[in-house]
Design a binder for this molecule. Structure first.
Ligand SMILES: Cc1cc2nc3c(=O)[nH]c(=O)nc-3n(C[C@H](O)[C@H](O)[C@H](O)COP(=O)(O)OP(=O)(O)OC[C@H]3O[C@@H](n4cnc5c(N)ncnc54)[C@H](O)[C@@H]3O)c2cc1C
Length: 385
């Protein structure tokens, strides 16, 4: 059976997220983008509305949203402001390994407090020399008595400069490659944790992206997530879960661009006619509408599979890759419809285009997504050598 309808609860959730995006995010998006500031006032309200902890199980005080629910919310919030959405999503990204692999004790210690007070969290995988090749990371978490001692640095970490909690991927068994990586929970106030450069970015400027340093950071062995040596798997399973929401953000950004362009084209008169009446613009509008719809269906499909516990690595990669490419194409074409006005910072279009770009890069670049898809589609091949 195929059913594309949303339940009463999902429709209400979508309405609530849409209203939040319209009232709290959109009106402040340009200001925080231009000022490159963290909108703590918006995040406090997002926390009160439950968005900052929406994937945490109800048992620990969170919203326990399913994956389809999450992509519905993601599309709406990203349509309001992709930068603010990235901060909210980064919390979910950091909580996901805890939700999937944390012990009840760890969940009580680290997830429950996050639902009582607005806090930020970071997922710390990327390093200067280990981006797409995350398995090549160099940070170490070596055992010393009943502790791990962490040394290393992470770069491009969303919420890095403002987080209260870090999930850090580091080598507990150097020399074993990916199989030597483990995931360790590190509270921000642990001695030896410091924040380096806060990046000045092209888009998503309301989100904080920073370097994080770990110098002889000592955490108890009880902070190990899952088993030793399984950290790379923890990271990959986490990303399988969070790629559909990134795709949903692509749908949200693309939809916001299309809506703006359509309204603009209906009002803008050239050659004595609204430019919406020119077929050249109508063809662009039709193409954008088709692609957005296709992207949303890929995103919903991946989320639907996840909700049923079915394998979805390929589908999540397809959703993230296709929808973020659609966001890039749509914002480019929508800006074109707005002509010179689209290019000016007084209007929202150029921000949407800058924001779309990051969706093709973070949580695994779209080239890496295509490799994941091809790996599954092609299957095993005997090497001729
Ligand atoms: C704003 C922002 C926020 C981020 N937030 C986080 C975060 O919260 N946590 C975190 O851990 N990381 C985060 N990242 C890091 C992000 O996931 C990486 O930037 C991304 O995975 C790519 O790594 P890289 O930048 O080192 O590029 P590289 O890996 O150096 O890639 C450069 C280019 O080469 C291509 N390439 C690389 N390898 C291959 C290959 N095998 N085949 C084909 N093409 C290839 C890539 O697709 C890309 O086009 C963030 C990045 C940004 C920009």
């Amino acid at each position: 059976m195929i059913d594309f309808s949303l339940s009463e609860e999902q429709l209400a959730l979508r309405e609530m997220a849409r209203e939040f995006a319209e009232k709290e995010m959109k009106p402040k998006a340009a200001k925080y983008d231009q000022g490159h500031e963290t909108p703590t006032d918006v995040f406090q309200k997002a926390f009160e509305a439950g968005f900052m902890t929406c994937n945490i199980p109800a048992e620990y005080g969170g919203g326990e949203l399913g994956n389809v629910d999450t992509v519905i919310v993601s599309e709406e919030l990203a349509a309001g402001c992709a930068g603010m959405y990235t901060t909210i999503m980064a919390n979910s990204l950091a909580y996901t390994p805890l939700i999937l692999f944390g012990s009840p004790e760890q969940k009580k210690r680290f997830l429950a407090p996050a639902t009582r007070k607005m806090t930020f969290a970071s997922f710390c995988l990327t390093e200067r020399e280990a981006g797409s090749d995350a398995g090549g990371l160099k940070s170490r978490a070596l055992k010393d008595g009943s502790d791990f001692v962490i040394n290393g640095s992470k770069c491009f970490i969303t919420n890095g400069g403002i987080a209260d909690l870090y999930v850090v991927f580091a080598l507990t068994a150097p020399g074993k490659g990916k199989r030597g990586i483990s995931a360790v929970i590190v509270p921000r106030d642990t001695p030896g944790v410091s924040v380096g450069k806060v990046e000045d970015k092209m888009g998503h400027r309301a989100s904080n992206t920073a370097e994080v340093f770990f110098d002889d950071v000592r955490v108890p062995r009880a902070n190990l997530l899952g088993r030793e040596g399984l950290g790379f798997m923890v990271a990959m399973k986490t990303l399988d879960n969070t790629r559909a929401p990134v795709g949903a953000a692509g749908v949200g950004v693309a939809r916001a661009a299309l809506d703006y362009a359509v309204e603009y084209a209906k009002k803008r008169v050239q050659f004595g006619k609204a430019i919406a009446l020119f077929q050249a613009n109508q063809l662009k509008i039709a193409q954008m509408a088709m692609e957005i719809n296709a992207a949303r269906h890929l995103v919903w499909n991946a989320a639907w599979l996840m909700d049923r516990g079915k394998p979805c690595g390929k589908e999540s990669a397809m959703a993230k890759c296709f929808a973020s490419d659609v966001a890039m194409r749509t914002t480019t074409e929508a800006l074109q419809i707005c002509g010179g006005y689209g290019y000016m910072k007084d209007y929202p279009m150029e921000k949407l285009m800058r924001d779309a770009k990051l969706l093709q890069i973070y949580e695994g670049t779209n080239e890496i997504q295509r490799l994941v898809i091809a790996h599954e589609v092609v299957g095993p091949v005997r090497d001729a050598k």
